[in-house]
Ligand binder design. Structure first.
Ligand code: NAD
Ligand code: UFG
Length: 334
């Protein structure tokens, strides 16, 4: 039996493929490479010494998905494939709803047709909406403040309804907080095209000399140093959470929302200081206006993940920055 990983060539998907292969699973990737490179597949092979079967297909094609499910015995799906840029989702909402929501429906229809009803889905802390900053619990109200967030709210609802109607489904709705870092080998990491939207990829490019200075979006929030606080977790810890989630859904019917975060928040300036330590140099920054849609604090209550999945994050901020810099240095050298 194999595990199908949609979006498996992406940032979080590639790290999860490594964990699955290390555990001895057979892994099939389906990815349209709209936001990733086929090179990643080689890197996964280099790290694990194992090979994966790759389908360069779109999850919007039910015919392509049928072929995959016909060619392989698939026991469960880890569903990462999706578009994820908040700002872009405001500009092209139709693309986001089509790709993320319709793509998930295509996948579920094909899974059902082939009797495969176990899934771990990439949701996001964004479903807590403007919220209070947390620590967010899974039974807090969900809402969305942009089309990207709404795709996650809608998909969570769709998957919950599907699981309620048929007890053969077991689905983990994994609400990631802020994944950062890279594989310790420096072979896999996050390499966004264009100017990065997210803090750590931006800092990495300042450290590499590609960008002049970090813009700190606001220093007048109600936080200890006035800058935004987030719950950062190492992408390898996050990947390990998926293995635990797959074990859980195997024996538990229904759809279950689970936060994946550390429960500890760090401010922008604290992350910057940790990154300076990792790269051994001062990183220039300026205080810029607040970014629209940002909240002061966003942190997880990670208790449910520990209780249900037996998972908790183990890797600290210094290691997250060390691994991010290790990857960024390798990219710099080409
Ligand atoms: P990513 O863009 O690196 O990976 C997504 C992968 O899916 C890419 O390889 C892309 O080519 C592929 N893809 C997109 N649409 C597809 C389609 N229709 N058919 C086939 N492949 C398709 O993103 P990531 O950071 O690895 O995120 C993975 C998932 O986790 C996404 O659903 C994202 O919304 C969610 N998530 C990410 C974060 C984060 O901070 N990175 C936080 C919360 C949730
Ligand atoms: N920030 C800066 N400068 C930057 C980028 C970010 O100061 O150049 C600040 C932000 O204001 C925020 C913090 O750094 O306080 C983290 O910002 P990120 O963009 O890295 O992460 P967000 O928490 O804003 O966004 C993440 C995901 C989104 C998701 C959101 C809510 O990237 O997809 O969490 O879960 F919607």
């Amino acid at each position: 039996m194999a595990i199908l990983v949609t979006g498996g060539a992406g940032y979080i998907g590639s790290h999860t493929c490594v964990e699955l292969l290390n555990k001895g699973e057979e892994v099939i990737i389906v990815d349209n490479f709209s936001n990733s490179s086929p090179d990643v597949i080689k890197k996964i092979g280099q790290i694990t010494g194992k090979s994966v079967t790759v389908y360069s297909d779109d999850i919007l094609s039910e015919a392509a998905l049928h072929n995959i499910f016909t060619a392989h015995k698939i026991s469960a799906v880890v569903h990462f494939a999706g578009l994820k840029a908040v700002g872009e989702s405001v500009r092209v909402p139709m693309d986001y709803y089509y790709n993320n929501v319709s793509g998930t429906l295509c996948l579920c229809r094909v899974m059902a047709a082939h009797g495969c009803k176990k899934m771990a889905f990439s949701s996001s802390a964004t479903v807590y909406g403007a919220g209070t900053g947390g620590p967010f619990r899974e039974d807090d109200a969900v809402s969305a403040i942009n089309p990207y967030g709404m795709t996650k709210v809608m998909i969570e609802r769709i998957l919950t309804d599907i699981a309620a109607a048929d007890p053969k489904w077991g689905i983990a709705l994994l609400r990631y907080f802020n994944p950062i870092g890279a594989h310790p080998s420096g072979l896999l990491g996050e390499d966004p095209t264009g100017i990065p939207n997210n803090l750590v990829p931006y800092i990495a490019q300042v450290a590499s000399g590609k960008l002049a200075r970090v813009q700190v979006y606001g220093d007048d929030y109600e936080t200890p140093d006035g800058t935004g606080v987030r719950d950062y977790l190492h992408v390898s810890d996050l990947a390990a959470g998926h293995i635990k989630a797959l074990e859980y859904v195997e024996n538990h019917p229904g759809a279950e929302a689970v936060n994946l975060g550390t429960g500890t928040g760090y401010s922008v300036l604290e992350v910057l200081a940790a990154y300076e330590k990792a790269c051994g140099k001062k990183l220039p920054y300026v205080i810029a206006p607040r970014r629209e849609g940002d909240t002061a604090v966003c942190c997880a209550d990670p208790a449910k993940a520990k209780r249900l999945l037996g998972w908790e994050a183990a890797i600290g901020l210094d290691e997250m920055c060390r691994d991010s810099w290790n990857y960024a240095k390798k990219l710099q050298k080409g």
